[in-house]
Design a protein around this ligand. Structure first.
Ligand code: ACM
Ligand code: ZN
Length: 502
């Protein structure tokens, strides 16, 4: 008895109608891609790489000659565009072949992610014939990975991006800097990665641990995200969390002196000076470098957990009314001057910033309400249950994780669009809730396989709510779907959390 794959797809597609017959899944799936799809060759190659890694080689995409340039010889999977179509994609699986029609390349990427997942979930090499029509209910469906507390090599980021694509998520926030490491090269400030990327290893066998990406690697990552319909959102976290930066350029602090890349976790007085000219120059060069590496519309400036004491002790900063307001305003204006939309953490929700600023709420709902009242667009990633995937899956001494507990069931209930109304109603909201994201802080997560363990199952739960706009709908079999997804991911070598959902 083989249960159909279609009711098991996560996120749940909007409509699925099964037909009679089945498509037999080949080892190589010939695919033709309409010429109108931009960068068709690179696109299908990157989608093919995701198929290969997710399915552990079970089914490979084989672009047929002529793909992307018109005529194609007897393809089994045909991808075409119909810009007039209102669904993101329509997928028709029939015994003699598969047709995918999408409004644009991003929709086609989503359709292929659904097909890839159907193959992943299949346990008998057959896909029941079916027709699907699908589109997302939420604009911002995100995931943040902290690559600063621990450095993750490109092989890891490629796999994370594969998984975001598989879950039809569309924002990948990369937390590139923090007290414990600086990962992004900035041409005018070479010591950021020469010094700031490395921290003493404590009890490790290694002398130092860390690393940084090359400009080419980050450009490639950004481009491949775009091919898969994912916008990379680079984050440079300032004005606090700056130990790594100050270890390289101590003169950018208020008092100068000696700084080291931090070996502990927490909040530290490593803060850049809010009044110095050279800080302003540094910010412009850093955002310029980031804008050169990442082509998307956003740059996240950080803004979280900033102790103000160093500013109170600074001759210049202590003359400012509000040094935090001053520096975060400069940061966001510098990003805006590059033609990008600034993003800041919740702590900035009470500030007067450019109106284009997006706030990512992670603390309580009051900050979220405040941001909306001030007219900022908002992304919700509240730490209290559901969206902080560094927390334990269960309140158990056996489970890894920090700070709190976030069960799989909690993640299925993550409801960003109703969160503010439920907890801190605002009658005069001027901003818009764009959606939500889950965050993975990596203090306790040194390696990729642990990322899979902590993130993959709960991220699927979060993705389901964001895509469908119906989080926590108890009647839709989410538990059965996640169980089946988990079994399939385990079969293909992914290190998914094996325990209970609540
Ligand atoms: C945060 O969790 N400090 C954004
Ligand atoms: Zn200062």
């Amino acid at each position: 008895m083989h249960a159909s794959v279609w009711p098991a797809i996560t996120p749940r597609p909007r409509t699925v109608s099964e037909r009679s017959g089945a498509f037999t899944i080949p080892a190589e799936l010939p695919v033709s891609v309409a010429a109108e799809i931009g960068d068709a060759g690179a696109w299908i190659a990157r989608v093919g790489a995701a198929f290969e890694r997710i399915l552990d080689g079970r089914t490979r995409l084989a672009p047929v000659p002529g793909s992307g340039s018109g005529a194609a010889a007897s393809p089994t999977l045909r991808v075409t565009l119909d810009p007039a179509q209102r669904d993101a994609y329509r997928l028709r699986v029939a015994p003699d072949g598969i047709d995918l029609t999408a409004a644009d390349r991003d929709g086609a990427s989503q359709g292929l992610a659904t097909l890839c997942q159907a193959i992943l979930l299949s346990d008998d090499d057959r896909l029941p014939a079916a027709e699907l029509a699908d589109s997302p209910a939420t604009e911002w469906r995100g995931f943040m990975l902290d690559v600063a507390r621990h450095f993750f090599p490109m092989e890891s980021l490629d796999r994370v991006v594969d998984y975001l694509w598989l879950m039809r998520l569309n924002r990948f926030q990369i937390h590139l800097t923090d007290d414990q490491g600086w990962r992004v090269p900035v041409p005018d400030y070479p010591r950021l990665v020469e010094i700031g990327a490395w921290r003493p290893a404590g009890t490790s066998d290694n002398q130092v641990i860390g690393g940084a990406y090359s400009s080419d690697e980050l450009r490639r990552l950004d481009g491949e995200c775009r091919l898969l319909g994912i916008t990379a959102v680079p984050e440079v976290d300032l004005p606090g969390h700056a130990s790594a930066l100050l270890s390289a350029y101590p003169e950018l602090s208020c008092a100068g002196g000696e700084w080291a890349v931090e070996t502990r976790w927490g909040i530290f007085p490593a803060v850049i000076c809010a009044s110095s000219r050279s800080v302003q120059t540094m910010l412009e060069r850093v955002y310029g470098a980031v804008a050169d590496l990442f082509a998307g519309p956003y740059i996240h400036v950080g803004g979280d957990e900033v102790p103000p004491e160093p500013w109170h002790a600074c001759e210049q900063c202590s003359t400012l009314d509000d040094p935090y307001q001053t520096i975060v305003r400069r940061m966001t204006e510098s990003v805006l001057a590059l033609g990008r939309r600034p993003i800041a953490w919740d702590e900035a929700s009470g500030l007067s910033l450019p109106e284009q600023t997006i706030i990512v709420n992670w603390r309580g709902p009051e900050g979220a309400a405040n941001a909306l009242k001030r007219g900022y667009d908002l992304v919700l990633a509240p730490e209290g249950k559901a969206a902080y995937l560094d927390h334990k899956h269960l309140d158990s001494a056996l489970e890894p994780g920090r700070i709190g507990v976030c069960t799989v069931e909690d993640s299925t209930r993550f409801a960003p669009v109703t969160y503010v109304a439920a907890h801190a109603p605002v009658s005069d909201a001027a901003g818009t809730i764009l959606g939500g994201q889950a965050n993975l802080w990596t203090e306790g997560i040194p390696h990729h396989r642990q990322v899979e363990y902590m993130a993959y199952l709960r991220l699927a739960a979060v993705a389901d709510g964001l895509w469908t706009g119906r989080p926590g709908a108890g009647d839709d079999g989410i538990t059965a779907r996640l169980n089946r997804l988990r079994a399939a991911l385990l079969r293909t070598g992914h290190n998914v959390y094996p325990g209970g959902f609540r």
